[in-house]
Design a protein around this ligand. Structure first.
Ligand code: DAK
Length: 260
C-alpha cells in the first residue's frame, strides 16, 4: 500500500511499514502522522498481519523528529491538535495486540526517538544516532520522551540526554538498554524481519497477552501486576493455541498455531 509519505508491504505475517519522506529525513508532519494513524488502524484489523516492523525510507534517517518547518508556524490550537495526533499514535502502538519492532536505520531524533521508544523494542544499524534535540529548539520532548526514557534507562541518563540535546550512537544506546541489537546497516531489515518471523511462528494469543502484561504491568504496583499476569496466564488455558502448543510438545512435532 502506498500513501504519500508512507508505504507498507506484507509477507507471511509481517508488515514492513516505512515512513517515506526521505528528502526531509522522514520528519513527521501532520500528513505523515495522519497516514501513520490510518496505517496502524488498517494493520490492527488485518488478521494476516501478526508483527509490524517500522522503519524509515532511505539510508540516513529513521525519523529526524517532528517537522520543524511545519511546527514553527503552528498556533496554540494547531499545536494542541498536533500533540493529540502524536499521542494517539503512541497509544495505538501500545494498545496493538501485535508486536511493533522499530528498525532504526539512521537518525532517530526528537519525535522520531519517541516513536522508536513507543515500539516494543528497537534494532539499530551501526551508525544510527539517537537524541532529543528539543531543548536546542527551545522546547522539550512532548510525545512521551521524558517519561519513556526515564523509565527505560533511569532519570539521570534521561536528564543528561534531554538537557544537553546531544546525540548518542547505536552502540551507546545498546549499552544503555535502549537498543536490543546493533547490526551493519545492510543487514538491519533482514535481522529485524528474522526476529519478526520467529515471533510469527509462536502462539499469537500468548504473544499478545505477554505484550499486554508487560505494557500495563509496568504502570502497576508489583503485586497488582503479578495478579494481572496470573489472570492472563489462566485465560490462555481457554485457547486452542495452548492446547496445540502442549500437544505438539508431547507429540514431538512442531506446533501449528491458529492464533486463537
Ligand atoms: N524537520 C523538518 N525538516 C527536517 C528535519 C526536521 N526535524 N530534519 C531534517 N530536515 C530536512 C532539512 O531541513 C533538509 O531539508 P532541505 O533543506 O534539503 O529542504 C533535509 O531534511 C536534510 O537535512 P540536512 O541537510 O540538515 O541533513 P544533515 O545530514 O546536514 O543533518 C540532521 C542531519 C538530522 C543532524 C539535521 O537535519 C537536524 O539537525 N535535523 C533536525 C533534528 C531535530 O532537531 N529534530 C527534533 C525536532 S523537534 C509535541 C510532541 C513532540 C514534538 C513536538 C511537539 N507536542 C506534544 C506538541 C517533537 C519535536 C521534535 O521532534
Amino acid at each position: 500500500m502506498h500513501l504519500k509519505n508512507l508505504n507498507w508491504t506484507k509477507k507471511e505475517g509481517v508488515a514492513l511499514l516505512l515512513i517515506d519522506r526521505s528528502q526531509q529525513l522522514n520528519a513527521l508532519n501532520r500528513n505523515t502522522l495522519a497516514e501513520l494513524e490510518s496505517a496502524l488502524c488498517a494493520l490492527a484489523q488485518d488478521d494476516a498481519v501478526r508483527v509490524i516492523v517500522l522503519s524509515g525510507a532511505g539510508d540516513k534517517a529513521f525519523v529526524a523528529g517532528a517537522d520543524i518547518k511545519e511546527m514553527a508556524g503552528l498556533d496554540p490550537l494547531a499545536a494542541a491538535a498536533f500533540a493529540r495526533q502524536g499521542q494517539k499514535i503512541l497509544a495505538q502502538i501500545a494498545g496493538l495486540s501485535k508486536p511493533v519492532i522499530a528498525a532504526v536505520n539512521g537518525y532517530a531524533l526528537g519525535g522520531g526517538f519517541e516513536l522508536a521508544l513507543a515500539c516494543d523494542f528497537i534494532y539499530a544499524a551501526e551508525g544510527a544516532k539517537f537524541g532529543f534535540p528539543e531543548t536546542t529548539l527551545g522546547i522539550m520532548p512532548g510525545f512521551g520522551g521524558t517519561q519513556k526514557l526515564s523509565r527505560l534507562v533511569g532519570a539521570n541518563i534521561a536528564r543528561e540526554l534531554i538537557f544537553t540535546g546531544k546525540m548518542i550512537d547505536a552502540e551507546r544506546a545498546a549499552t544503555l538498554g535502549i537498543v536490543n541489537r546493533v547490526v551493519p546497516a545492510v543487514d538491519l531489515l533482514e535481522a529485524t524481519l528474522q526476529t519478526a518471523d520467529t515471533i510469527v511462528a509462536n502462539g499469537g494469543v500468548g504473544v499478545a497477552m505477554a505484550k499486554e502484561a508487560i505494557g500495563k504491568g509496568l504502570d502497576m504496583p508489583l503485586a497488582e501486576a503479578l495478579a494481572f499476569e496470573g489472570n492472563l496466564f489462566a485465560l490462555l488455558f481457554s485457547t486452542e493455541d495452548q492446547k496445540e502448543g502442549m500437544r505438539a510438545f508431547i507429540g514431538k512435532r512442531p506446533a501449528v498455531f491458529l492464533h486463537k
